[in-house]
Design a protein around this ligand. Structure first.
Ligand SMILES: Cc1cc2nc3c(=O)[nH]c(=O)nc-3n(C[C@H](O)[C@H](O)[C@H](O)COP(=O)(O)OP(=O)(O)OC[C@H]3O[C@@H](n4cnc5c(N)ncnc54)[C@H](O)[C@@H]3O)c2cc1C
Ligand SMILES: *[C@@H]1O[C@H](CO)[C@@H](O)[C@H](O)[C@H]1NC(C)=O
Ligand SMILES: *[C@@H]1O[C@H](CO)[C@@H](O)[C@H](O)[C@H]1NC(C)=O
Ligand SMILES: *[C@@H]1O[C@H](CO)[C@@H](O)[C@H](O)[C@H]1NC(C)=O
Length: 641
């Protein structure tokens, strides 16, 4: 299973600064005619646009944000928290976990607006503050959320694909067939683990990770913990050689989308495709407002209307302008890849969605599809955080502010060739994971991913990035619950203004899917994970020989012990960041299906959706790998029928 190549790669890392060939071309309106028009350059739209252009098709990729090439925030893995707060990329979406506001406000992360893009977090807001909900970070930039995410690549389970095949009867979705699309993804996506030697120089961190490994039955011998753990951390959770991989429990390294310690992903694939001269035009700083249709027979998508302008969407703290209207036509197809929230908004604004909602906004109905904006799913996440008296030495000199005093940035910049020498910024800080199947799982697949790192993270709220690294004394085990059962989330229009954000309700736990005790099963799995995280913290004492200092638990905190109290803590504070399934593929006779098995929007022609929205059930443990595979599959379907 040790398939990672830890040997430093060649100097190609230095060639990463591809010239900025992407500046919005100013093209006369009447020449904006393409074969394919794709809206959104993230995990779904980016690879698809590249593949269509590489096959010789004249393709327009429209992106509301812009290319942040050269911005150190996007390339340094250690800045994965900092980058989510960069105003040049960030879209502040606020969501409701519960529609009952008093219940929602039990979460200390509940936020209020005190002035435009200025927030109050937690109880006792100043008078006049407007309740917003829970921050849900998104990115408006070339590469979408892949350009600011936590870099973790975990490939999906076979059951995720086989489930779509069985719902639709389309066997091209069978896991055995989907494998080829993972091969395609690896053609452009570099993946490597954190070099264990970076982590294991910090014996206190080693002590924590060894304790996690011990819980999973693979704890190293305390006297040779460093070498023992180094071996364990070479275990690849994405191994394609292990036939029982989907159900394999254990302690694993976390694979990251980087090349020699530099984030390298969708943005770079797009830049590379343009640079090689394929017929791909990227129109940045361009917000699509409507899909246009020709109604002569069955409505046929013919192109899009847009507004040119920097940061127009009001989720951006840099927004303010009205933009300049324009349009583009697609002789073959329009493909929407705006992400789970924005794809829904754009479809509805264009007349595709539930009739009653469209009527209430006086939007003429092109296709009455009640499922648009329903079925939204996410994972649940929860931490167990502890605080030490002394710092984690691996973070010495890291100020996480890209100022000259950031010694860790200097180290990263000065050692481009050797991963180990790049130091703490050549990792996302999340070192290893306890991977487990809970007692409450519905299938044989693992459903708990509990990862540990020296960071203080309790979920997303304004300026969460500063809080996460305010000191170097915290360690946390975070649980991410896979195969969640709640499908009750919704995305609805707030207004007909395309620059407005939509209304997003997740309807957590007992306010969502409850049939068959679904909510309690998910909650019990999470409680088990908190137990397990605490068990790892208890084992820390078994590795005292490594000399780490003592800690106190801060979250959930010593007073939260009974299953009931842990359950309440989870209900109040859990979060997610893999929103999906809002324009789902489904069976032909399913009234809530939005797409057929070839990504085609029902009731219209020449229109597809390719992004996180397409899944009927939330896939895998992390979502970007399945979206990349869907993007590759969509390219194949479009090019080869
Ligand atoms: C903080 C954070 C950390 C994460 N970490 C991980 C991780 O470690 N591993 C993982 O697997 N997943 C992670 N994710 C989730 C993952 O990155 C996203 O689920 C994924 O990128 C979604 O892909 P998408 O194509 O659906 O949408 P996106 O990647 O969001 O792309 C949509 C793009 O469309 C553009 N757009 C939207 N509307 C319009 C419009 N009207 N006109 C023009 N352009 C438009 C947006 O600007 C955006 O660039 C993380 C997410 C966040 C927020
Ligand atoms: C990186 O993001 C931070 C916000 O977290 C911002 O203050 C800083 O200016 C950004 N750095 C660059 C180089 O743009
Ligand atoms: C198609 O019908 C919709 C809804 O009735 C209308 O808004 C649109 O203008 C029509 N387009 C054409 C090209 O006729
Ligand atoms: C959590 O641990 C407690 C104490 O060991 C135990 O009683 C309880 O059953 C566990 N809960 C779950 C859901 O595993």
């Amino acid at each position: 299973m040790k398939v990672f190549n830890l040997v430093a790669r060649s100097a190609s890392i230095l060639a990463i600064s591809l010239p900025s060939v992407l500046a919005s071309p100013v093209i006369a309106r009447d020449t904006l005619e393409y074969e394919y028009v794709i809206v959104g350059s993230g995990a779904g739209g980016g690879p698809l646009a590249c593949r269509l252009a590489m096959a010789g098709h004249k393709t327009l990729l429209i992106e509301a944000g812009n290319d942040q090439n050269g911005n150190v925030n996007i390339s340094v893995p250690g800045y994965q928290a900092v980058v989510t707060n960069d105003p040049k990329l960030r879209w502040d979406m606020f969501v409701n976990h519960y529609q009952d506001q008093s219940r929602a406000m039990r979460d200390p992360k509940f936020s209020y607006e005190v002035a435009p893009y200025q927030y109050h977090v937690g109880p006792n807001p100043p008078s006049g503050a407007k309740p917003l909900g829970i921050l849900y970070p998104r990115a408006g930039t070339l590469g979408g959320c892949v350009t600011h995410n936590a870099l973790i690549l975990i490939t999906p389970h076979a059951s995720d694909w086989d489930g779509i095949a069985s719902i639709t009867g389309d066997n091209s979705w069978a896991a055995t067939n989907m494998n080829q699309y993972l091969d395609k993804v690896y053609e452009w996506l570099p993946v490597e683990p954190t070099d264990p030697t970076i982590l294991l120089t910090d014996l206190k961190l080693t002590q924590h990770l060894a304790s996690g490994a011990a819980v999973m039955g693979v704890g190293p011998d305390p006297v040779s913990a460093v070498t023992g753990l180094a071996n364990t951390l070479l275990n690849d959770p994405n191994s394609r050689l292990n036939p029982a991989r989907d159900s394999s429990e254990g302690f694993f390294q976390i694979p990251l989308i980087m090349k020699s310690g530099t984030r390298t992903a969708v943005r770079d694939f797009i830049a590379d495709t343009v640079q090689k001269g394929y017929p791909l035009t990227v129109r940045e700083n361009c917000h699509v407002t409507k899909i246009n249709f020709d109604n002569s027979t069955t409505p046929k998508a013919t192109g899009v209307n847009f507004l040119d302008g920097n940061s127009l969407y009001r989720a951006s703290p840099l927004s303010g302008g009205d933009g300049t209207a324009g349009s583009a036509t697609a002789t073959k197809e329009v493909i929407i890849s705006g992400g789970a929230f924005n794809t829904v908004q754009l479809l509805k604004l264009s007349g595709i969605g539930p009739e009653a909602e469209l009527n209430s906004f006086n939007i003429p109905v092109i296709s009455n599809l009640p499922g648009v904006g329903l079925n939204m799913q996410d994972r649940y996440e929860i931490p167990v955080n502890v605080k030490h008296g002394a710092d984690f030495s691996v973070l010495n000199g890291c100020t996480f502010d890209n100022k000259p005093q950031d010694a860790c940035l200097t180290k990263w910049q000065n050692n481009p060739y050797i991963l180990a020498a790049r130091g703490a910024y050549a990792t996302n800080g999340l070192a290893g994971a306890m991977v487990q199947r809970s007692n409450y799982a519905s299938t044989t697949d693992i459903d708990l991913f509990i990862f540990g790192g020296p960071v203080d993270f309790t979920g997303y709220f304004p300026d969460w990035n500063d809080a996460a690294v305010a000191d170097h004394k915290h360690f946390s085990w975070y649980t991410l619950k896979a195969h969640t059962r709640n499908r009750a989330g919704t995305v609805q229009l707030r207004s007909t203004d395309p620059l407005d954000t939509p209304i997003i309700n997740f309807n957590y736990f007992d306010t969502g899917t409850t049939a068959g005790g679904a909510d309690q099963l998910d909650l019990d799995a999470m409680i088990q994970a908190v137990n397990q995280s605490r068990e790892a913290l208890r084992r820390y004492a078994d590795y005292d020989i490594l000399g780490g200092d003592a800690f106190v638990e801060e979250e959930p905190g010593p007073s939260v012990q009974s299953d009931e109290d842990i359950g309440q803590y989870i209900k109040d504070r859990a979060w997610g960041h893999h929103a999906s399934c809002t324009a789902a593929i489904g069976a032909g006779d399913d009234p809530n299906a939005v797409l057929d098995s070839q990504f085609r929007v029902r009731g219209v022609q020449n229109l597809r959706v390719v992004d996180a929205s397409v899944f009927p059930r939330i896939p895998g443990v992390f979502i970007q790998a399945p979206i990349f595979m869907v993007s590759e599959k969509a390219a194949d379907v479009i090019l080869n029928g």
